[in-house]
Design a protein around this ligand. Structure first.
Ligand code: NJP
Length: 241
């Protein structure tokens, strides 16, 4: 059973300026993928693209706000123009606030749903037609363990991630007979900048190192063409929910 050779393929990674997305982009580039790294902050994206270039890989920085359809459409068109049609999309951009629902502002609520759920759907909407036309493509959605189970004080985030899991599951069943895979990752706590923290500060016993989660994601992409791992759930052994 031959694994897929990713060399020369073109990937778009959202939320690639830092955290898990940056590690996914680095890992893809290490395996020969040409990567469009996207997020809202140009300087950080240029730094990640430079890091990939310095390591011998190929990357381009694309400023793209996943919560705005016009921005997604423009960003995907720019990738197509400079690198070619997207073979792999990693919907990773995400935000979240840990606070009681009554203290959550409308702005926080909108951003949570717009970035996590609508952003995933928008990017998928922009890349899928060309994948279907070629009968080939892979979409990975970074959801959360909170897309499968619930905790208090993160209700909008939980709603957004349950939405992502449902969206991905439904779409996979719609497109899998046309050569396109839609996969989901539901990780536990990862040592990133999420929620205002910084990378390298969380205990290994209860958090995941982002480079290993990135490796698991890219391993999914290398599976034989007629296999699909619908979902992977991964947690640090010490996480208690
Ligand atoms: O977070 P962080 P992670 N349009 O804050 C970008 C999920 N997850 O790496 O736009 C486009 O280090 C932002 O860039 P910028 C989580 O829900 C995490 O942990 O310049 N991009 C940055 O690159 C998320 O889906 C944990 O601000 C936007 C990136 O998103 C994924 O993992 C646990 C954007 C966020 O980097 C990666 O998050 C879990 C927009 N509108 C699931 N807004 C965890 N860390 O514990 C933000 O279960 N970004």
């Amino acid at each position: 059973m031959a694994q897929v050779d990713l060399r020369g393929q073109i990937a778009l990674v959202t939320g690639a300026s830092r955290g898990l997305g940056r590690h996914v982009a680095l890992e893809l580039a290490r395996r020969g993928v040409r990567v469009a790294v996207s997020a809202r902050t140009e300087g950080e994206l240029e730094r990640v693209a430079g890091e990939i270039g310095d390591a011998g890989g190929e990357a381009m920085a694309i400023v793209l706000d996943v919560s705005r359809w016009d921005s997604v459409e423009r960003g995907v068109a720019a990738v197509r123009e400079r690198l070619g049609a997207v073979d792999i999309a990693v919907n990773n951009a995400g935000v979240g606030w840990y606070k009681p629902f009554t203290e959550t502002s409308i702005e926080e609520l909108d951003r949570t749903l717009d970035v996590n759920l609508k952003g995933t759907i928008y990017v998928t909407k922009a890349v899928l037609p060309e994948m279907l036309a070629r009968n080939s493509g892979q979409i990975v959605n970074v959801a959360s363990d909170l897309g499968r189970r619930v905790i208090p004080n993160m209700a909008p985030y939980v709603a957004s991630k349950f939405g992502v899991v449902g969206f991905a599951g439904s779409l996979l069943r719609e497109v899998k007979n046309r050569g396109v895979k839609v996969m989901t990752v539901t990780p536990g706590i990862i040592d990133t900048f999420f929620g205002g923290g910084s990378e390298g500060t969380k205990e290994e016993s209860w958090s995941l190192r982002p480079e290993f989660v990135a490796r698991a994601i890219v391993d999914m992409l290398e599976l034989p063409k007629h296999w699909v791992v619908d979902e992977i759930a991964v947690h640090a052994m010490g996480q208690d929910f």
